[in-house]
Write a protein that binds this ligand. Sequence first.
Ligand SMILES: [Fe+2]
Length: 347
Amino acid sequence: MADTEVRLRVDAYGEWAAAQGVPILTGHYVEDLNTVELAPWEMIEGRGAIINLTGSEQTSGAYVAEIPPGQSLKPQRHLYEEIIHILSGRGATTVWQSEDGAKHSFEWGPGSLFAVPLNAAYQMHNGQAGEPVRFVAVHTAPLLMNYFHNPDFIFANPFRFNDRFDGRGDFFSGDGRTLETRSLEINFLSDVRSLGLETWVERGGGGTSMGFELSSNTFGSHVSEFQPGNYKKGHRHGGGAHILILHGEGYSLMWPDDEEWIKVDWKPGAFFSPPDIWWHQHFNVSDGQARYLAFRWGSRKFSMPRLFQPDKRVGSGKSQIEYEEEDPRVRQIFDEECAKWKARAGE
Ligand SMILES: [Fe+2]
C-alpha cells in the first residue's frame, strides 16, 4: 500500500486563495474598498486582493480587482455564482457560453451591478485609457470549492447552464421584472447608488429597499436606504452576507447573544459582514441618506436550505429587536455619535 499522507480538515477554498499570491484581508470589516492595496494577480492578469471576512462563514467570499487603463482581464469561467459591483472607472463585460457561442457585451460605470450567469465565460474590459477600473466581486466559491474540493470541476467544467443564460440579446439590458414587493428580477443595473427603492416600514429607520434576483442566482443582492439621523432595528440571520456602504456616514453594531458589541464605523466604501446569527444594527449619524448594497443568500425565486435563509433559523423565531425592546445603550451611543458627527461637520 502506498505511503500516502492523510490530510484532515482540508480547506480547498483557503488553499486556493493562499496560492493566488495576492493580499488576503480577514476580520470583520474592510475600512474602504477604494483604497485596499492590491497586488498583481496572475489568474486574472490584473491586480487584486482577496477578502475573507469572518461573517462569510465559508459560504461566500469576495475580492477587489483592478483593470489597468485601456486593458482587459483574462477571461474567466467558474462553477460558483459571482456578483460584480463597479467601484470606479468605465468599461464593458463580454459574456459567452462557449467558444462557438455568440458574444454579448454590455457597458458599465461606477455603481453598476450585475451577475455573470453561472459557468458562462466572461471578460472584463477597461474602456478608458487614462484610469484604472476597480470593482468588487462577491461569490459563492468557498461553498462550492469546499463541497467539491476539485478545482478542475470548478474552473474547467464544460456544462452550459442554458436555463440560466439562454443567449437572448437583451439579457443584460432593460428594466427587469417585478416579482413581488421590493423584488426585481434583473441581470444588470446601471447604477445602484441612484436606483429608486420601495418603502420598508418594518425594519425601521424610515427605510426603503429593493432586492435583486440576478441571472437566476441563488445568491442575491439588495439595496437599502434609511433616513438622516436615524437607525434601523437590530436583526439577525445566517452568515454569508456582505454589506458595502454607498452613501452616508455612520456605524453598525454587531454582537452575538449576551456578548460584547463590535462597532464598525463607516462611510462610502466600507465593507463588512455580520457573522452567523449575530445581531446587527445600522446607524446613520450624517445629515444625508445612508444607503448600502448587500450581497447575501436568500433568493425569492429559488428555495435554499434553512441554513442560508435570512430570518428563518432562530430557535425562538425572533429575528428582529423592536425599538421599545432595545438595550438603552443603543440610543445612548447613537446620541453621542450624532453629536460627534455634528461637531466634525462644524454644525
Ligand atoms: Fe442583516
